[in-house]
Design a protein around this ligand. Structure first.
Ligand code: F6P
Length: 341
């Protein structure tokens, strides 16, 4: 193999650039050239001439520790269409790309598998803040995002503790509860609401939050009374996962204020969660994954996704990986409930 392509796909994530950096440097160390492809599968299919980045050891230098995606990232939903895939393969042949590294989520891996089947070996690397790729314990961007959530919520804590308020915070995670649950624990949330508990709380997120906050307040007051103290902690942080039908942080905050008399505000962290420099963990994982992807392509192997299992970097067949399932860590959720007061 003489030339490899690399692209980033789906929502951008800190650590994607680190993986691109590693692909370029690992390939160079083995005498292989790398083209970056801007704008993901769309660029590969529709505008290859303007989307090629001629990477080398001199121009790759400073993307290792940069947030976002230098190559731009996007979702090209029509890429499943045969005509687009054939066009992508023809474009690769035209510029000499013999293998492709795709950094993104499950949807991007499907494209990687389809291209491999059509003759272009592709390797997937999990890059998304959501950690919603069951085959990997960690996706690139997840660790950084957890730290971002913790730091943003610590800032919120400064203000709510000054005003004895409750803040209800919506956290991104795209139907995966890893960010809200772990982010919530990391910032000392009093209540965490994730999709997996909705059935057990009769789909009443607001009622659940009020019940847990009331319990927390009673416990704090009881503790103070037992000591004969008037020093009572009076601020609260509630973390709510995004994309839950009928659940709205502004409504929850209003209800908390009305029913418990605690002045309340709400905030959606949104895309603030996605930015920022990657953590050392994401940088190093990106370097490991990028290196492994190059090694697989050098052996002529495609249709694999490179993942982190514990501390190991391993690879799976893409279809096998796509069929894997993960579930909420209920033990961790129970811990978060015990830490709630
Ligand atoms: O997949 C990453 C993610 O940030 C999700 O957490 C979120 O639901 C979604 O992307 C937001 O997408 P967009 O950037 O298109 O608004």
């Amino acid at each position: 193999m003489k030339t490899i392509g690399v692209l980033t796909s789906g929502g951008d994530a800190p650590g994607m650039n680190s993986a691109v950096y590693s692909v370029v440097k690992s390939a160079a160390a083995n005498g292989i050239k790398v083209y970056g492809i801007k704008y993901s599968y769309w660029g590969l299919t529709n505008d290859i001439d303007n989307c090629l980045v001629d990477f080398d050891l001199n121009n790759i230098g400073d993307i290792l520790n940069k947030g976002g995606s230098y190559l731009r990232s996007m979702r090209f939903k029509e890429f499943y269409k045969e005509e687009y895939m054939q066009q992508a393969i023809a474009n690769c042949r035209k510029v000499g790309i013999e293998g492709l590294v795709v950094i993104g989520g499950d949807g991007s891996f499907r494209g990687a598998r389809d291209l491999t089947v059509r003759g272009l070996p592709c390797i997937g690397i999990p890059g998304t803040i959501d950690n919603d790729i069951p085959s990997s314990d960690f996706t690139l961007g997840y660790d950084t995002c957890l730290n971002t959530i913790m730091n943003l919520c610590n800032s919120l804590e400064d203000t709510i503790s000054s005003n004895d308020r409750c803040m209800v915070v919506e956290v991104m995670g795209n139907k995966c509860s890893d960010l809200p649950l772990n982010g919530g624990i990391a910032c000392g949330a009093n209540v965490i609401v994730v999709p997996e508990i909705m059935e057990s709380i009769n789909n009443d997120a607001t009622g659940y939050v009020i019940k847990k906050l009331r319990q927390a307040r009673e416990l704090r007051e009881k503790t103070a009374a037992e000591k004969g103290s008037k020093d009572i902690r009076r601020h609260y942080l509630v973390i709510v996962a995004e994309k839950m039908d009928g659940v709205n942080v502004a409504d929850i905050a209003k209800a908390v204020q009305e029913e418990l008399g605690i002045e309340s505000r709400s905030i959606i962290l949104g895309h603030l969660q996605r930015g920022g420099k990657p953590s050392a963990f994401d940088v190093i994982t990106g370097c490991q994954m990028g290196n492994k992807a190059v090694k697989l392509l050098m052996e002529g192997i495609g249709n694999r996704v490179v993942v982190k299992k514990g501390i190991d970097i391993v690879d799976y067949d893409i279809l096998e990986a796509l069929e894997m399932k993960s579930s909420l860590d209920m033990d961790l959720f129970k811990i978060s409930v015990e830490l709630g007061a």
